[in-house]
Design a protein around this ligand. Structure first.
Ligand SMILES: [Fe+2]
Ligand SMILES: [Fe+2]
Length: 182
């Protein structure tokens, strides 16, 4: 089931080499909450899809966007208010930089900032950071919230049809109930 989700995400022609089975396995094991919950694997995969679609035309750095999709919520400690999961994700990125994450200094800086501030409702002028946040916010439909264009940065992300498609995607479930990576 997990593999199917990854294969689906790899259908995108501009896919980078970030998404690899052993990296996903490592992150899936690191995550302490249920992958059937609101912030687990299926959310990561939908953020990945949103990010790839946005980055295709806006010049965002696809490697940073893909890493963001996979790690931004990995340090969550609960499914509700966890104010510091962004900063913890940024620290986690720093910890695994050079091993699982191989980015240059600028990319690493972008990724850490995107993770650190992703849940505080900001907009950023850096197209890569903004694309990370747009990709995440466009998946709010999974918790019954329709993404508001006020909190989206790129013109494609604000497009009514794009929001509609992302919203429809956000309701889909593809991780088997009770999924565990053990
Ligand atoms: Fe988050
Ligand atoms: Fe998220």
């Amino acid at each position: 089931m997990l593999f199917q989700a990854i294969r689906k995400s790899l259908e995108f022609p501009n896919a980078s080499q970030v998404v690899q089975q052993n990296y996903i396995d490592f992150l899936a094991k690191t995550y302490r909450l249920s992958h059937n919950g609101d912030h687990g694997l299926e959310h990561w995969m939908r953020v990945l899809i949103n990010g790839r679609l946005l980055a295709e035309g806006n010049g965002a750095d696809i490697e940073v966007v893909e890493h963001f999709a996979l790690v931004h919520d990995v340090m969550r400690e609960n499914e509700s208010l966890d104010l510091y999961h962004g900063p913890r994700a940024a620290d986690f990125v720093k910890m695994i930089a050079g091993t699982w994450i191989r980015l240059n200094e600028h990319q690493l800086h972008q990724l850490m900032n995107a993770c650190r501030y992703h849940s505080v409702g900001r907009l950023d002028r850096d197209v890569t950071i903004q694309t990370c946040w747009d990709a995440d916010r466009l998946d709010l439909g999974r918790v019954g919230i329709t993404p508001k264009s006020l909190y989206l940065g790129s013109s494609l992300a604000k497009d009514h049809n794009f929001i509609e498609m992302a919203n429809m995607r956000s309701k889909k479930r593809f991780v088997k109930e009770g999924f565990s990576d053990d």
